[in-house]
Design a protein around this ligand. Structure first.
Ligand SMILES: Cc1ncc(C[n+]2csc(CCOP(=O)(O)OP(=O)(O)O)c2C)c(N)n1
Length: 318
């Protein structure tokens, strides 16, 4: 078990360190696309992706880095994409909000809020028609559940017994607007989804192992019974909605709430559990991650700018 926890911890730490580097390098103005960082939310992507097979499909939205990396997306090509380079995952034309890696079945990241929910349902429907047993995981935020397409997608998935795990990362904000200014207090996402016939679960904590164990059970259910499920998890982003900085000075979030979630930092929690203070093993892990990140940035810097847009070259082949 400890070996398993260590493996998941390393994945979380790697995502945190990659995003921290993106954040600190952003001021160099070499990355010119908007970035929506997942710092604070990494445990969900890592825990759920650990229960997926390479063949299982994944779609995500604008806050895509943790999902992409959790499913094994290519780091060098991701960093090159953020730098608008030809050797990036989308030829440098998409940026942070359009990550994909078809070798790992990371099918799309799309920033039109709610859009990838329907795209994911379409992919699962195609899989079903082809007799494939793989599941599709769709990651989205609490804001996306307010789009009409969300309920339409759930309805279609339920009607056609699609093998889908819908994952809502409920970080309580859509940009700077809190959930209580957007939704009736009686609105209950799991009840809404259950009303459409989809088994739904709420986790009020994004604890790494809790999410891992819960999603393992749910994914087994989806595979065995061929039905969709929904998992709604409370979580928190540490930085601004879009960009590399903190925006706590804006005071749209209660400082007590921010403090409470930072105290529940999953990296710190599992670091304390796994390592003694000043652990050389932890330092070695960090050194090796830093080396990998250095290499990814070198790869991005070495890439060429895309010359001109030729539409047929945009069709990305596996
Ligand atoms: C259809 C649509 N409406 C509005 C926007 C502007 N927008 C971008 S991100 C975002 C907030 C989405 O919140 P949520 O789904 O909870 O994801 P989070 O940013 O919290 O991860 C909004 C409103 C958009 N991109 N697409």
């Amino acid at each position: 078990m400890k070996k398993n926890i260590l493996k998941l911890f390393k994945k979380m730490l790697r995502i945190r360190m990659i995003e921290e580097r993106i954040s600190s390098n952003y001021k160099l103005q070499m990355m010119r696309c908007p970035v929506h960082l997942s710092i604070g939310q990494e445990s969900i992507a890592v825990a759920i992706c650990e229960n997926l097979k390479d063949q299982d499909l994944l779609v995500t939205a604008h806050r895509s880095h943790a999902h992409y990396l959790g499913k094994g997306g290519n780091l060098k090509k991701m960093i090159a994409e953020l730098h608008g380079k030809e050797n990036g995952v989308a030829g440098g034309l998409g940026g942070s909000m359009h990550l994909l890696d078809l070798k790992k079945n990371i099918m799309a990241a799309v920033p039109i809020v709610g859009s990838t929910i329907a795209i994911g349902v379409g992919l699962a429907w195609a899989n079903k028609l082809q007799g494939k047993k793989d599941i599709t995981v769709i990651f989205f935020g609490d804001g996306a559940t307010e789009e009409g397409i969300f309920l339409e997608s759930l309805d279609f998935a339920s009607l056609h017994n699609l093998r889908i795990l819908f994952v809502c990362e409920d970080n309580k904000f859509s940009v700077n607007t809190p959930i209580n200014q957007r939704q009736n207090p009686k609105r209950n996402l799991c009840k809404l989804s259950e009303g459409i016939g989809i088994k739904s679960y709420k986790l009020k904590d994004h604890d790494l192992m809790k999410v891992f164990l819960k999603s393992k059970k749910i994914i087994n259910y989806i595979k065995n019974v061929s039905r969709p499920s929904l998992l709604d998890i409370d979580t928190y982003r540490y930085l601004e909605h879009c960009g590399p900085n903190s925006d706590d000075y804006l005071n749209y979030r209660n400082p007590k709430e921010v403090k409470k979630w930072k105290k529940n930092c999953q990296i710190e929690k599992y670091q304390n559990l796994l390592f003694k203070q000043k652990s050389t093993k932890l330092n070695d892990i960090k050194k090796s991650i830093n080396k990998e990140i250095d290499n990814a940035f070198k790869y991005a810097y070495a890439g060429k700018k895309p010359k001109k847009i030729i539409l047929e070259n945009l069709i990305i082949k596996k």
